[in-house]
Design a protein around this ligand. Structure first.
Ligand code: TRP
Length: 413
């Protein structure tokens, strides 16, 4: 084939990529970029085994779960037992080292793309808070105000700053230990990390980030350079004020699985910087209320439970919008039972109901048609109302001084 023949095709490809890039720039879609080109969400939701294979991760195994339970100072979290956190990189080695007395710190983050966070956003933070208690870890939380500014053409720096502050309060409300937790905005903290960021930028090539994130010639250069900013906190040397002795500390990153590409790159470059490769522990996504193949989105209030929702709003959303796998009529439902695979209320109960035995009972009764959708929804409503109410109470107690303390670089215990 001659070069000439190739040209139009290349142009087509370039155009396709441009289109993808446009989609990327929409708010909230950012996180999905990496996965949208690779993950196929079928009728029954995301195929997680396929993600693990494509990303080159490992599934969290039963022996690993057992080991976590043995090493942890508190009872094992149900999100680990139930496999909501399902995949990892080098978590087994990290646990082995911990067992031998080598401590680790936790690193997670959020892009403050709006001031309203929903329950799905909270999952990694609740998990991180549990890990902090269970393993006595220091924790750093990155708020990527720069990222959201760079990706969303409509966001101003003033707006993203305001979102960052509001999000920080919601994160603190998860119960992090003020003596052991540092929350930072990239805008404020970048200086301390800048030496590491520069070292990372020097190693990463445009080719690498382009093939990982699908950048095009029209991507802004802030986006192209951003992965270094998300990688830097995975190295303890980015926090000279936090870690007293300058020895390098192991790092565990709990996050939703769509963030893995950033840390795949981070792990690749770690040896070249003489840094330790961070370990990862990744969660599945919480489905939209509207159905397994829909997306939770801050722009559609009916797609998710927001942390600001009133008990009434929660009730209405679940009753009106939570996609039901129940039969169309009572007769039909009694006869065939509910389709639990697509039923959102049941899916949510599997995540948020604290009692595993009750979940199994509902699986039986609802699956057989003995229990009706309305009854399942009622149980879910009260659980969600409780979680959100507690969160709102915690959040109310967070003063500016508390916020200030969490956001000040200082030696962590
Ligand atoms: N890029 C993430 C987002 O858009 C934010 C983030 C930064 C993050 N550092 C992280 C998420 C570490 C998980 C772990 O939300």
């Amino acid at each position: 084939m001659s070069n000439k023949d190739n040209l139009p095709k290349e142009n087509e490809k370039e155009k396709e990529k441009e289109k993808e890039n446009k989609i990327e720039e929409k708010e909230e879609e950012v996180k999905q970029v990496v996965t949208t080109t690779k993950v196929v969400a079928g009728k029954e939701g995301v195929d997680y085994v396929k993600i693990v294979e494509e990303f080159g991760m490992q599934l969290i195994t039963d022996p690993m779960i057992e080991k976590m339970g043995k090493l942890s100072k508190t009872p094992l979290h149900h999100w680990i037992k139930r496999g909501l956190f399902f995949s990892h990189r080098n978590l087994d080695q990290l646990l082995d080292k911990y067992e031998k007395g080598e401590p680790f710190y936790l690193y997670t983050g959020r892009g403050p793309s709006s001031e309203s966070m929903h329950l799905g956003h909270l999952i990694p933070f609740m998990m991180t808070k549990w890990l902090q208690d269970a393993f006595g870890c220091p924790c750093v939380i990155q708020l990527t105000d720069d990222e959201k500014f760079l990706w969303n053409p409509k966001l101003t720096l003033e707006k993203v700053h305001q979102f960052m502050i509001e999000n920080a309060k919601d994160i603190i409300a998860c119960g992090f230990d003020p003596e052991k937790t540092f929350i930072f905005s990239d805008m404020n903290y970048i200086g301390e990390m800048y030496p590491n960021i520069c070292k990372i930028r020097k190693i990463l090539t445009f080719n690498q980030v382009r093939s990982t994130f699908g950048f095009t010639k029209s991507s802004n250069i802030g986006q192209i350079a951003f992965s270094a900013v998300q990688a830097a906190p995975a190295f303890s040397s980015s926090f000279p004020k936090l870690f007293a002795d300058k020895k390098k500390v192991n790092c565990l990153i709990p996050c939703a699985v769509d963030q893995d590409p950033y840390f795949r790159l981070t792990r690749d470059i770690a040896p070249k910087l003489k840094e330790k490769k961070p370990s990862l522990m990744c969660s599945k996504f919480i489905p939209s209320l509207l159905g397994l193949n829909e997306k939770m989105s801050s722009s559609n209030p009916n797609s998710a439970i927001f942390l600001t929702d009133t008990p009434n709003q929660i009730r209405n959303k679940i009753n009106k919008y939570a996609f039901s796998g129940g039969g169309d009529t009572i007769e039909e439902h009694r006869k065939n039972g509910a389709n639990l695979k697509v039923d959102i209320p049941f899916h949510y109960l599997k995540i948020f109901h604290p009692d595993q035995e009750r979940i199994e009972q509902i699986r039986k009764d609802y699956g057989s048609g003995q229990m009706l959708t309305g009854e399942v929804k009622k149980e879910l409503i009260s659980i969600l109302q409780d979680i959100v109410k507690k969160h709102q109470e915690n959040r109310k107690a967070i003063t500016d001084e508390v916020l200030q303390k969490f956001m000040t670089p200082r030696q962590l215990v």
